[in-house]
Design a protein around this ligand. Structure first.
Ligand code: 4AD
Ligand code: MG
Length: 462
């Protein structure tokens, strides 16, 4: 049976006979033998393989092996006399599956820029950095499920295609099977959606929240974790057109309970990753951002800061820092403001609550003075907003009023309003941007480098 290299590096013993499969990272030819380093993606480190010239087909195999070639090696593990590894594999047979022509294979030994690697999105996962990113991403996803499952949350699957705008911001991609070269029109010369696949306009979802609320009204505590889509034309290092979001929703819960859960949640994920990916985290700290390990410790061990939006505005007005965007009660916080609070002032994640009503979504619970809603954003150093959440408006009359005020059509939200008609309860939830979490965890500067296949304006190649 083929063994994974991570497992051999950790637990492989001298004299064990093993077979490995993977891709060659480096080859060094000596007189009478050669070293190759083989990586199978299971860990940052590869396994050093020694091939003596008496191994069958030595000359022919060596000609075919170069960086990027795929191989299978069988042999026996021996203690390694070399530096940096405990064991190595003494080959008894080598099979080359596929060559990688050194003249054209773009991933040679030198370090490549992340911009260049994005142009070879089909190959970049074979590099050290992207390999570490996607292992950490996997560990984050595992931690998320484990956290919620331990607490009795039901994992629900909310739809990708939807007819309603969950954020009311109109940033949705349309889904249609109409022939765009010959769109059917009705008598008013408008698009005749009756002839479209769903019989009415449909979109890719911007959030699973509204459907998660439906499920929370049956199962009390639920979460959804899936792709979401935003057609906002934001070309930044923190925005994707397709990103993954984790959205828990809790019945019988207020904003304090929501913040407590979010804080425990982030601490749990960081602890899990530190425990399960220590080698990758060390790598990020050494090569990408030397504050990665300190940040993780900080998250795990310190309480998050909690302040109101009104207080945040006061602090920003007092700041001895020049901001590009204006600071004024009623305006949304820009990422420079968010970063000032979390990075410069508090130096830890900061939860800002009670934002002005007019800058937040229709579903957030209105406070008694009606000037603010029970919203909370968690701001992370270097990233800015990483979580957005709120207590939801559970009062039918207030919600109807808010939908109309925001210029939305109550008719399309009839089932959402029904939840307030039948057995309504105070409830709350939040959304964690999964890629922003992975950025925060790894110190990666650009969000396009923490998702295998980034979708951004003008970019959908791989
Ligand atoms: O703040 P947002 O828009 O909140 C919601 O969608 C709520 N329905 C969530 C809820 O309460 N269930 O988005 C939540 C998070 C943001 O804090 C951010 O981390 C991330 O999603 N996010 C993005 N990540 C990458 N690219 C984008 N374009 C993003 N837009 C939001
Ligand atoms: Mg938000």
């Amino acid at each position: 049976m083929t063994r994974r290299i991570a497992e051999l590096l950790r637990a492989g013993q001298p004299d064990e006979t093993v077979t490995i499969q993977g891709w060659v990272r480096t080859k060094r030819e000596q007189k009478g033998f050669s070293f190759i380093e083989v990586n199978d993606g299971s860990s940052m480190g590869g396994l050093q393989v020694v091939i003596n010239q008496d191994v069958p087909d030595y000359e022919e195999n060596l000609k075919r092996i170069s960086t990027g070639a795929s191989v299978e090696v069988s042999g026996v593990l021996v203690p390694s006399p070399g530096k940096g590894q405990r064991i190595e594999l003494k080959a008894s047979s080598v099979k080359v599956y596929g060559e990688a022509d050194p003249e054209t294979y773009p991933l040679q030994k030198k370090r490549h820029s992340f911009e260049f690697l994005r142009e070879i999105g089909h190959l970049r996962s074979r590099t050290n950095t992207l390999g570490a990113v996607f292992r950490v991403r996997n560990a984050c996803a595992t931690a998320i499920h484990q956290f919620f499952q331990e607490r009795g949350f039901l994992w629900v699957h909310t739809p990708v295609i939807t007819a309603s705008d969950a954020e009311g911001a109109g940033e949705m991609f349309a889904v249609t099977s109409l022939n765009l070269k010959n769109v059917p029109l009705n008598e008013q010369k408008e698009i005749d959606y009756a002839q479209d696949f769903f019989g009415k306009p449909a979109y890719l979802t911007v959030s699973g929240q509204l459907e998660a609320e439906i499920m929370a009204m049956a199962f009390s505590n639920v979460y959804t974790f899936g792709p979401t889509f935003r057609a906002e034309n934001s070309n930044t290092s923190r925005h994707l057109a397709e990103f993954w979001m984790v959205e828990p929703e809790m019945a019988f819960c207020d904003l304090d309970g929501d913040m407590d859960l979010a804080e425990a949640f982030l601490k749990y994920i960081f602890s899990y990753v530190m425990e399960h990916c220590p080698e990758d985290m060390e790598f990020f700290n050494a090569r990408i951002d030397d504050s990665v390990l300190a940040t993780a410790e900080n998250i795990i061990n310190n309480q998050f800061e909690r302040i109101t939006y009104t207080k945040a505005i006061e602090l920003l007005e007092k700041a001895d820092k020049k901001f590009e965007y204006p600071v004024e009660w009623g305006l949304d916080l820009q990422s420079e403001h968010e970063r000032y609070l979390a990075e410069d002032l508090f130096k830890k994640p900061t939860i800002v609550t009670d934002y002005p009503t007019q800058i937040k979504a229709f579903y957030m619970r209105l406070s008694d003075d009606e000037k603010t809603v029970r919203a909370m954003d968690i701001l992370a150093p270097k990233i800015g907003e990483i979580i957005g959440g709120s207590q939801r408006e559970e009062r039918l009359d207030v919600l109807e009023r808010r939908i109309v005020q925001q210029g939305l059509d109550p008719a399309t939200y009839w089932w959402y309003l029904d939840l307030r008609r039948y057995g309504t309860v105070p409830h709350a939830g939040f959304g964690l941007g999964f890629e922003r979490l992975v950025q925060f965890m790894t110190g990666m500067a650009n969000i396009r480098d923490v998702i295998p296949f980034p979708r951004t304006p003008q970019n959908v190649e791989f």
